[in-house]
Write a protein that binds this ligand. Structure first.
Ligand SMILES: C[S@@+](CC[C@H](N)C(=O)[O-])C[C@H]1O[C@@H](n2cnc3c(N)ncnc32)[C@H](O)[C@@H]1O
Length: 172
């Protein structure tokens, strides 16, 4: 796996720590398909895209796709960097609600949940995407800030682990 080029990633505003980016990159390196729910400006997206295997498939889902701009960075500027550096990837980007996307998109080796963070929405995401992937994981397992994420994961995933920062994964 190539190491992360932090000057590229750190240009992108977002909520993913370097340790969490490292974990995403490592998991991406063996994923044939990766579906990300909630991309914001694409910080986590870039980490994943740069590490997917050759010819991998990246699906990017965000209800606010095209409307978020921070410090001159948008998901589209990140997308342009991805297609320049990884022209081999298949990429699907959709401005659509996560649960609706689950009913329209194909199964995915990995699904990373970082969209809506309230209990009902995270529960809906886990129910919708859980049967459609091998590795289900997500961000913000963080009781003080996101109690709804923690409650939904604990209730719906009997065997989970917090694996890097606030990233959780379903263990098989
Ligand atoms: C915490 S941000 C994602 C951060 C990003 N992964 C990063 O590395 O910076 C959450 C994103 O989820 C999107 N979102 C919120 N609810 C959603 C839903 N129901 N379906 C799809 N995307 C959603 C928001 O528009 C926002 O861009």
């Amino acid at each position: 796996m190539q190491s992360i080029v932090w000057e590229s990633v750190d240009r992108i505003p977002g909520f993913m720590s370097r340790g969490e980016c490292d974990w995403l990159a490592e998991k991406a390196s063996t994923a044939a398909q990766w579906t990300e729910i909630g991309a914001y400006c694409g910080r986590s997206t870039l980490c994943v895209a740069l590490h997917l295997p050759k010819g991998g498939s990246l699906r990017i889902i965000d209800t606010n796709l095209g409307t978020i701009s921070r410090s001159g960075q948008t998901l589209f500027t990140t997308y342009l960097e991805i297609v320049q550096r990884r022209p081999d990837l298949e990429i699907i980007m959709a401005r659509i609600d996560s649960a609706v996307a689950a009913s329209r998109l194909p199964d995915s080796d990995v699904v990373f949940l970082d969209g809506a963070h309230h209990y009902e929405q995270v529960s809906a995401d886990i129910r919708a995407w859980g049967p459609k992937c091998r590795l289900l994981c997500g961000h913000d397992f963080n009781p003080p800030d996101w109690p709804g994420v923690v409650q939904a994961v604990k209730e719906l995933i009997p065997c989970y682990a917090v694996v890097a920062g606030s990233i959780w994964e379903r263990q098989i």
